[in-house]
Design a protein around this ligand. Structure first.
Ligand SMILES: Cc1ncc(COP(=O)(O)O)c(C=O)c1O
Length: 359
């Protein structure tokens, strides 16, 4: 006999990308940063006193909240620190969505959303992006017809890399009676010339929450630290009612605070990654492989039928190069490739050239 709830019994869990620490692997499959975290983070780690771990961590993580407040020029009370951005997603569902409510997302987008919706026993409305990955013209109509309580938009989108403007996001929030969660896991990779900055939206809209993570731009995927940004009225129920009592630990709080305090280092890495992204797109283009413009630290590459995306993924894997293949509608002929170091990207290009017999 199973003790699982009925919906848990019939659901599939989230399938994370392959993780390996094997030396020599070129890991371009889970959008990690190819560069190490800032030296200040290393210093903070060295200065952790192991004896301090017998105490519980700071329950409010106020040092981190203040650092994030300084970074975004908002109040610490508009920030909730979480154990990875994923914990924020779960908290938003627990706090703001009832069982049987509808959650709207775009298709394709982050594959964890449908899993979280199933855990909570919610309906999922997936609104298809157009062929060029832009939003359908009648997006708002589809959204409002679904009667969704929560809309999650990844910006820039994963796995496409497309960016929505803040004007568009404001228009959606203005015309939607539910909560809009803007998942900005990859926002630090957006070209600064585009002047994208959605933070001001939380002051003008009490139905907007923003997700940020230290996993990508700050090279701290192994730390599990993210945060939510929003009006106090949205942050407080999660901060005081639904999160675990000590949801982020002492070591993580110290390192995450050091990371934000040395954000210039992360900014420089993001710039290097943007340059490598342009180079990688150009190199793929020379091989006849197209990728849409991406504002993220990955690109979605179209693989011709003569080569086959799944086949190429498996062949690259045999050579210890991991990229991401999604066995999903509209993605089966594509590979999502995280931007690596200059040398890693060059090794990938050389391998694709040889395996696909391209020149
Ligand atoms: C779109 C998106 N949102 C949120 C996250 C959560 O990141 P983390 O839990 O590592 O902070 C990820 C991780 O890959 C992601 O791709």
């Amino acid at each position: 006999m199973s003790f699982e709830r009925k919906n848990i019994e019939k659901m599939q869990g989230y399938a994370p990308g392959e993780q390996t620490r094997a030396a020599g692997t070129i890991k371009l499959n889970t959008n990690e940063n190819p560069y190490p975290p800032s030296p200040q983070v290393a210093k903070a780690l060295k200065s952790i006193d192991v004896a301090a771990l017998r105490r519980y961590p700071s329950p409010m993580a106020n040092s981190f909240r203040e650092a994030a407040g300084r970074l975004h020029n908002i109040s610490a009370e508009q920030i909730i620190p979480t154990n990875g951005g994923d914990e924020l997603l779960r908290l938003v569902l627990t706090t703001y969505v009832e069982q049987l409510d509808t959650i709207a997302v775009c298709k394709p987008s982050y594959s964890l959303y449908p899993v979280l919706a199933e855990i909570q026993g919610c309906q999922l409305e997936e609104i298809s992006l157009l062929d060029d990955w832009s939003m359908p013209e009648d997006f708002l109509e589809q959204l409002n017809n679904s009667a969704a309580k929560l809309l999650i938009l990844v910006n820039p989108n994963a796995p496409t890399g497309a960016l929505l403007t803040t004007d568009y996001l404001a228009k959606v929030a203005d015309n939607f009676s539910g909560l809009l969660l803007i998942d900005e896991a990859y926002v630090d990779f957006v070209d600064p010339a585009l002047n994208y900055n959605s933070i001001a939206l939380i002051n003008s809209h009490d139905n907007i929450l923003i997700l940020r993570t230290l996993s990508k731009a700050y090279s701290l995927a192994g730390l599990r630290f993210g945060y939510g940004i929003g009006a106090k009225s949205l942050i407080e129920p999660m901060m005081f009612k639904t999160r675990d009592s000590y949801n982020t630990d002492h070591i993580a709080q110290s390192l995450a605070t050091a990371a934000l305090d040395s954000c210039e280092y992360a900014r420089e890495n993001c710039e290097r990654i943007r340059q490598s992204r342009d180079q990688l797109r150009a190199d793929l283009q020379k091989l006849g492989l197209t990728t849409p413009t991406s504002q993220s630290n990955f690109i979605l590459c179209q693989i011709p039928e003569s080569i086959g995306a799944e086949k190429l993924y498996l062949q690259l894997k045999q050579r210890n190069i991991l990229v991401r293949y999604f066995d999903q509608d509209r993605l089966r002929d594509k590979l999502r490739i995280s931007i690596g170091t200059v040398a890693e990207n060059a090794a990938l290009i050389a391998a694709i050239k040889e395996l696909g017999q391209l020149n």
